[in-house]
Design a binder for this molecule. Structure first.
Ligand SMILES: Cc1ncc(COP(=O)(O)O)c(C=O)c1O
Length: 383
């Protein structure tokens, strides 16, 4: 098969399955509103759960950081890209999360790839929740170790896999809050089991950190669990982008030697780190943001109960409305769009076949009347 035939075949298969992806440029707004062309939509599709991407203090911190450091870091952290702001923020993150060390990465995707590539060897195995994010499953698939997946949020299924012999080490991998279902992992059970088998637990808490737990410390803190490796990302509740891994001293030193995404990639700009420090301060100090989000979640769940679609048990900002097949999910999203609501349809392979959905996300920036309008529109569009 030629390159052209292969590419054409893949594209037409996607189109036939109503699964062809396109991007739509917007003119700004990642919290309450999103503007496209001349139209302003209420945005229920982003991950800016606390609305911090538009926060005046965070924006000012980025601007001041750019004045001080310029806009680029100028190199890998191992060369010249690691500033005093990076060092200070890593210390702040470690203290906040109660770990000896934090290491910054340019994205959660890079962090997950780097950690698994650096740690896993051919005699090892990764045991991952079946619904883990693509950045984790893909990293595990590319690592030289074996990959086995346990049933979603089922510690018994993990236990069955842990009982099978392995020559090397085992890393258990899960999300804290699942990105497409919004449900929380049973972290205490997963950690207890992994410890009982001498394994390590890695939790990717991209969707929990900032949103849950005291001072927004996230799912692990909320459930009283301290995994050996915790990944937090800054593209969601922090309203920015980037990620960090929290771990012990030896693991941090090891990653600094072997995590290729750190060594061979330009470090996050220091100005962005300044913005992240301002976001962290808001997350730590402003329970009011989390209270607003919680009230919006409760309001949505109460009103969504009568919809003719399956909802998940999610108590988080991610509230999927599961439609089933691709085309009906796309049609429902289009009808909502006509009413001024920006809600994305998520289709396989991002979610399992037959579970195409509207991935509705709520934020602290939404007002109660926004939630009511969303509910009214969902009820109106679903007949
Ligand atoms: C659970 C999870 N992990 C990792 C990532 C990737 O993080 P980033 O967007 O910072 O690359 C995402 C992002 O969408 C995610 O949902």
């Amino acid at each position: 098969m030629s390159w052209q035939t292969r590419i054409d075949a893949a594209i037409s298969a996607r189109k036939q399955a109503a699964a062809f992806r396109v991007r739509q440029p917007n003119r700004g707004g990642s919290a309450r509103f999103l503007t496209q062309g001349d139209l302003r939509y209420l945005n229920f599709s982003g991950n800016d759960y606390l609305g911090l991407s538009q926060d005046a203090a965070v924006i000012a911190a980025w601007q001041q950081g750019a004045q001080k450091y310029g806009v680029g870091s100028g190199g890998s952290g191992h060369v010249t890209g690691y500033s005093d702001a990076h060092a200070e923020f890593e210390e702040q993150l470690a203290a906040w999360q109660g770990y000896p060390r934090a290491l910054l990465f340019i994205s959660g995707f890079a962090a997950n790839q780097a950690i698994l590539a650096a740690l896993m060897q051919s005699e090892d195995r990764v045991l991952a929740d079946k619904l883990s994010h693509a950045s984790l499953l893909e990293a595990a698939a590319h690592a030289p170790s074996q990959l086995r997946r346990f049933h979603h949020n089922q510690p018994d299924s993990l236990q069955g896999l842990l009982e099978k012999p392995v020559t090397g080490e085992t890393l258990v991998v899960t999300e804290g809050v699942f990105s497409m279902d919004g449900d929380a992992a049973p972290l205490a059970d997963l950690h207890r089991l992994s410890q009982a088998h001498g394994s390590w637990l890695m939790v990717d808490d991209a969707h929990g950190v900032g949103v849950t737990g005291e001072q927004g410390r996230g799912s692990c803190w909320q459930q009283g669990v301290r995994p050996e490796l915790l990944v937090v990302t800054f593209g969601k509740a922090f309203g920015c982008s980037g990620a960090a891994v929290l771990c012990d001293d030896a693991t941090a030193d090891y990653l600094l030697q072997f995590a290729r995404h750190l060594i061979y990639s330009t470090a996050m700009p220091a100005a962005q780190v300044c913005a992240l420090q301002a976001s962290l301060a808001r997350i730590q100090q402003d329970d009011g943001l989390r209270d607003k989000l919680a009230a919006n979640i409760a309001r949505f769940r109460a009103g969504a109960a009568g919809l003719p679609y399956r909802l998940t048990g999610s108590q988080t900002a991610i509230q999927p409305v599961i439609v089933g097949e691709n085309q009906p999910a796309l049609d429902l999203a289009a009808r909502l769009r006509e009413r001024g609501l920006w809600v994305s349809a998520i289709r396989p392979p991002t979610v399992p076949p037959g579970s195409a959905r509207l991935r509705i996300t709520l934020t602290a920036a939404h007002r109660p009347e926004d939630i009511d309008f969303l509910l009214e529109s969902l009820h109106g569009c679903s007949h």
